[in-house]
Design a protein. Structure first.
Length: 402
């Protein structure tokens, strides 16, 4: 189903909200009026909120994917894959897990790519390009294939096996290049071929104007099941997911659906942490060196202004979590039947180091454990003797008393 029910009106500068641009074409290099050599300010979409019908948040509806929320999204001109509607799982002690691994390509990125590929369709782009060795690339390839568009993915060596399988299954053109070269090559493909970029083109992160709008639907879904939680913990790289969820709750309050919003907690790898650095230094965005970490999906050396806005407006915090913190959280999730990649466990890790919150708390897990780089290290087990003495020995070793 393709929806044209959007109430989006303009692109608004986050550097100066008084500055607006037409809805089309989507700005992919931030706000030209307010950005400087040091900081690129993103733009966000504004809507005709007075025309939003109250029943949008009352009826469950039968439409799949993001279509249910079409009035508060950019025009959904590309066909979907049933993205969204992921489960909210009670995890005990007032904690809930929003499991984004249930999306079509097993990650939250499906929400953003439904919107960005729709932008490519809307401007008649001959193809799309993305720089990613992880979830974003896998998702972009899927939605581009669904829309009938060629997709070029600039990847680094060592992409997780599951991601590599996704990319090739969807027919993407995968170019494996050194990581520092990806951004300039992406700009060249955009400028020379007219391909539409589904990611960032600026030195500090702005991303795609339409992208974070897809993440707002996570807030709408949480509210539909739980109301407004006291806090939401989010694995954070560039901060688009963090901001999108925050904007969704902010819109619910603006529309009078609720009278409060949650505190937002960004959970970054301690090996880097550009958002924590920006907040500490009081700047719109920061560059940081990144050390070794297993959280490859969120080990970003640069942040963006969106994350700063989400934390400051919500009264939240940026938390730094170690690899050990994330490994412990990943094991805790697995003990209750939820297998996530290491980066996706950052939210629960952040909650555990922060301590209990007074009120319902949601941790977003962003991706499946199949997406981790260490999956290839697991080898088939060695067969054992199928006799009761041998079986009994193995059961006892596992703590089961036969």
């Amino acid at each position: 189903m393709i929806s044209e029910d959007s109430l989006a009106t303009v692109q608004r500068s986050m550097g100066d909200p008084a500055v607006t641009y037409p809805l089309w074409p989507p700005l992919v290099r931030g706000c030209p009026a307010t950005s400087t050599a040091e900081i690129a300010y993103p733009v966000e979409l504004d809507y005709d909120y007075d025309r939003v019908k109250p029943e949008l948040f009352e009826a469950t509806g039968s439409r799949g994917g993001l279509e249910r929320w079409a009035p508060l999204l950019p025009p959904l001109l590309a066909p979907g894959l049933g993205e969204g509607n992921t489960p909210l799982i009670e995890f005990g002690e007032g904690v809930y897990i929003k499991d984004e691994s249930r999306n079509p390509t097993w990650s939250h990125k499906d929400r953003i790519n439904r919107c960005t590929v729709s932008a490519a369709v809307g401007i008649g782009a001959p193809g799309v390009v993305v720089s990613s060795s992880g979830n974003h690339g896998a998702s972009a390839a899927a939605f581009a294939a669904r829309a009938g568009l060629p997709c070029v993915v600039l990847a680094s060596a060592g992409a997780p096996p599951a991601v590599d399988s996704f990319l090739h299954a969807y027919g993407a053109t995968v170019l494996t290049v050194p990581a520092p070269a990806r951004w300039e090559l992406m700009r060249e493909i955009v400028d020379r071929l007219g391909f539409h970029p589904l990611g960032n083109l600026t030195d500090t992160h702005t991303g795609h104007a339409f992208g974070p709008e897809g993440y707002k639907t996570i807030a709408y879904e949480i509210h539909a099941e739980l109301g407004v939680p006291a806090a939401v913990f989010v694995p954070t790289g560039y901060g688009e997911l963090l901001f999108g969820v925050w904007k969704g709750f902010r819109e619910l309050r603006r529309l009078g659906v609720t009278d409060r919003t949650p505190r937002m907690f960004a959970c970054e790898p301690a090996a880097g942490g550009p958002l924590a650095a920006a907040l500490r230094m009081g700047v719109p965005a920061a560059h940081v060196p990144v050390g070794a970490t297993t959280a490859y999906a969120i080990d970003c050396p640069v942040g963006g202004y969106r994350g700063v806005v989400a934390i400051r407006e919500s009264g939240g915090r940026a938390l730094l979590v170690t690899d050990a913190d994330m490994a412990a959280a990943r094991a805790e999730l697995a003990d209750q039947g939820l297998w996530t990649e290491t980066s996706a466990a950052a939210a629960l890790a952040g909650l555990r180091i922060h301590g209990p919150i007074d009120g319902p708390t949601v941790c977003i897990t962003t991706s499946s454990g199949f997406k981790d780089q260490d999956v290839a290290a697991h080898r088939p087990p060695t067969p054992i003797d199928p006799t009761w003495p041998a079986i009994r020995k193995h059961l006892k070793a596992a703590g089961i008393n036969p």
